[in-house]
Design a protein around this ligand. Structure first.
Ligand code: GAL
Length: 717
């Protein structure tokens, strides 16, 4: 936030919004020999965000050297129109910078297929803004299972100067229907989405390609097909990966307009900067085939006219609680000229002026007809945050409008922590006392991993999914959140410092709900049994399993059958309640038509005696960027994972790599995520090893505890 760029002491500009990409033409300040580029970043006024936003330079910076005549920054717009199986018309618009009036510009446009062969080509001459169309015969569609990418290339030349610029794009159609949701290439596609904040867990907010790729792969394996970039423009690398890996994206502009949510946030700059920021956002991102909708904002205060939500004197926690409760209570001025209605139209128009090929939406938590954003008529798709019990009313209130669950769930779970009984469902923190009662509810700053805990404004995983599953007119869901993130540690205060909302924890380890979604959202055979089987003798324990591709599941406790259970349309897991614990094992077997499909067991583990290290990649590139994520688990004397281990670990890396981060997914762990010590949490910890630039060899990670010291080698090539 608030970056100012200087070159050799000369100021080039300030950008208040920390999520905007921008460029400066610094040519005029350069001198032969050494030059100094300085960036001042001022993040001193706090709070200015509802989550951990990071500080400093956290996205990639490039020095781009061109001839004076060149394709302007974000100045090449490519879109496929009139798409059929036989043909697509690709429209390309280029803006050229560095021209003089009267200069004769020559253009060459090409489309290359995925193998780099030119499949269409044309030339043009003329003005600094030039638009051409090329027809592509039998276009290969971009789809989530077949992410075929073409490249569009433009060369501009004049007076011996030349610049060539290329961008990838895809040929696909999107459509929205008020009754049947979203269509990709003519095929209905329920959006099975997650919201993601931009941080990379223990690596902070600096973007790392490999960290993003891993995050998306874990989500893909869960069955996710859609990402919402809550609540701001993402790093461009995320969009490249979504293009390649096959996700559709809701690209979101901001978390507030004029009405602030924290005292020093972007609302301070909105009036002066929003036009520029929205334009830069759309121009940067509009060639990505993965993006299927633009969101003009999340839970924007202007949904209501009330001034009550002025958060000047509130802590971020109080402001957030308020944000989640008040909107439906307000009465708006119903006039057509309501300034907030006009502002909504203006925001949507800023986008439409630059891209008409995608739907415009917003994440609205004020689910009522008087909502200024909804009644403005400016939104193509109505996005609802939470309130699934109002989906049917929404159909009546907003006839003919496509609807989507732009934000759903907000369940609270700690990986591997189970409170008995699982039927004791909790909404935390309770409504009356919100965030004020530090210590009033505190189970060691953890929440249960059974699907039995959510924020008070929100829903349990199963309920939220069933509401979307059963309604074709709800185009999809975006779970809050895919991964845990830094900040917003609802329902606790310090020492909790990261969220409990993730289906996957901050370290990237799935919580149990991950397999709920995998069983519902994929065809892969799933049978997931929990909790662990390390309890006090005789203690009653609720045993749950998620499964699919089978019609019943049988539980065995120490070999003895506890009977078969089936899930129902309303209960998406099977459960055996109050099973008395006796050391040994539990095992579930799933059957289809009486034949075994899968089985899974949990064993009572003894004391930890050794450690197991499992790198996600044993070979990484010696480029100073590549990462290996190493999972650490404690094993007992029989080689069984100890699921309750909390032993302290010490980490070091020698050779061709460095220790780059450590984590365990415990939201209340106060040891540094960049340190050398981290305890196991629910039996697991994580070390991230980064290669050193230009130093191939072997990176050796050593992890030691009171009872063991083990090493693993990672080849760096
Ligand atoms: C929503 C908000 C998110 C997050 C979430 C927590 O209202 O859009 O940013 O705060 O609540 O449940």
């Amino acid at each position: 936030m608030n970056s100012t760029v200087y070159v050799n002491g000369r100021e080039f500009g300030t950008r208040p919004y920390g999520y905007s990409s921008f460029s400066y033409d610094i040519t005029s300040a350069l001198v032969p020999g050494e030059n100094l580029i300085a960036v001042r970043c001022d993040n001193a006024d706090q709070p200015n965000s509802r989550w951990y936003a990071g500080c400093g330079i956290y996205r990639n910076v490039r020095l781009v050297v061109t001839d004076p005549v060149h394709v302007a920054y974000n100045g090449f717009y490519v879109r496929a129109t009139q798409v059929s199986d036989a043909q697509a018309r690709v429209v390309m618009t280029v803006e050229t910078a560095g021209t003089r009036p009267g200069m004769e510009l020559q253009y060459e446009f090409r489309i290359l297929d995925a193998k780099g062969r030119t499949v269409a080509r044309t030339e043009a001459a003329g003005a600094p803004v030039c638009e051409v169309s090329l027809d592509l015969a039998r276009p290969h569609r971009w789809d989530i299972d077949d992410t075929y990418l073409y490249t569009a290339q433009v060369s501009v030349s004049a007076e011996g100067m030349k610049d060539t610029y290329a961008t990838r794009f895809g040929v696909r159609t999107t459509a929205w229907d008020a009754d049947r949701g979203f269509f990709l290439n003519g095929r209905p596609l329920k959006l099975l989405g997650v919201c993601l904040h931009h941080d990379m867990g223990c690596l902070g907010t600096a973007v790392h390609f490999r960290a993003l790729q891993r995050e998306l792969q874990i989500l893909k394996d869960m069955g996710v097909n859609a990402i919402r970039t809550s609540h701001n423009p993402p790093a461009p690398e995320l969009l490249e990966l979504c293009d390649e890996m096959g996700f559709v994206v809701m690209d979101e502009a901001m978390d507030m307009w004029r009405k602030r949510k924290t005292q020093y946030d972007y609302a301070r700059f909105f009036d002066e900067w929003h036009v520029r920021d929205v334009q830069d956002f759309v121009k940067r991102d509009r060639n990505h085939p993965s993006i299927v909708m633009w969101s003009i904002g999340n839970e924007i205060g202007e949904q209501s006219d009330s001034r009550d939500d002025n958060t000047e004197n509130l802590t971020p926690e109080q402001a957030n609680a308020l944000l989640n409760f008040i909107h439906s209570l307000n009465q708006n001025d119903p006039s057509e000229n309501n300034p907030n209605v006009l502002l909504t139209r203006h925001m949507a128009q800023l986008i439409r002026d630059l891209d008409t090929t995608r739907a415009i939406t917003a994440g609205c938590n004020g689910v009522w007809p008087g909502n200024n954003l909804l009644r403005s008529g400016a939104l193509d798709v109505y996005g609802f945050n939470y309130h699934p019990q109002l989906y049917d009313s929404c159909r009546v209130w907003f006839p003919g409008k496509p609807l989507i669950g732009s934000e759903t769930v907000s369940s609270l779970n700690s990986r591997g922590i189970y409170f008995q009984p699982s039927t004791d469902k909790k909404k935390l923190p309770g409504r009356g006392w919100m965030y004020t009662a530090e210590g009033e509810v505190d189970w060691d700053h953890q929440v249960t991993a059974y699907d039995a805990c959510s924020a008070p404004w929100a829903d349990f995983h199963e309920d939220a999914w069933i509401a979307v599953r059963d309604r074709d007119f709800i185009a999809g869901t975006f779970i809050w959140t895919g991964f845990d993130y830094l900040g917003e540690p609802t329902p606790y205060g310090w020492p909790s410092r990261s969220s409990y909302f993730g289906v996957v924890d901050l370290a990237g380890f799935p919580k149990d709900a991950y397999w709920l979604y995998q069983s519902e959202w994929t065809d892969r055979t799933v049978l997931h049994l929990f909790p662990h089987w390390n309890w006090r003798e005789g203690e009653p324990v609720d045993v749950w399993a998620y499964y699919n591709n089978a019609d019943e599941v049988e539980l065995f406790v120490n070999g003895e059958s506890y009977g078969r259970q089936s899930k129902t349309p309303e209960l998406l897991h099977v459960q055996w309640l109050g099973v008395p614990f006796h050391a040994g094992s539990i095992e579930v077997v799933s059957y289809k038509n009486g034949r075994e499909v899968a089985r899974e067991a949990r064993y009572t583990a003894g004391e930890p005696v050794s450690l197991r290290l499992t790198p996600d990649r044993r070979t990484i590139a010696a480029d100073g960027y590549d990462l290996s994520y190493v999972t650490v688990e404690a094993l007992d004397a029989n080689g069984r994972v100890v699921p309750t281990a909390t032993d302290m670990l010490h980490f070091s890396v020698e050779g061709a790599g460095e220790l780059f981060g450590v984590d365990n997914g415990n939201a209340a762990d106060t040891l540094s995520l960049k340190g050398r010590d981290k305890a196991l949490f629910s039996g697991k910890a994580l070390a991230v090893v980064r290669s050193l630039r230009g130093e191939p060899g072997t990176a050796t990670l050593t992890v030691s505890s009171d009872f063991a010291s083990v090493k693993t080698n990672i080849a760096v090539k």
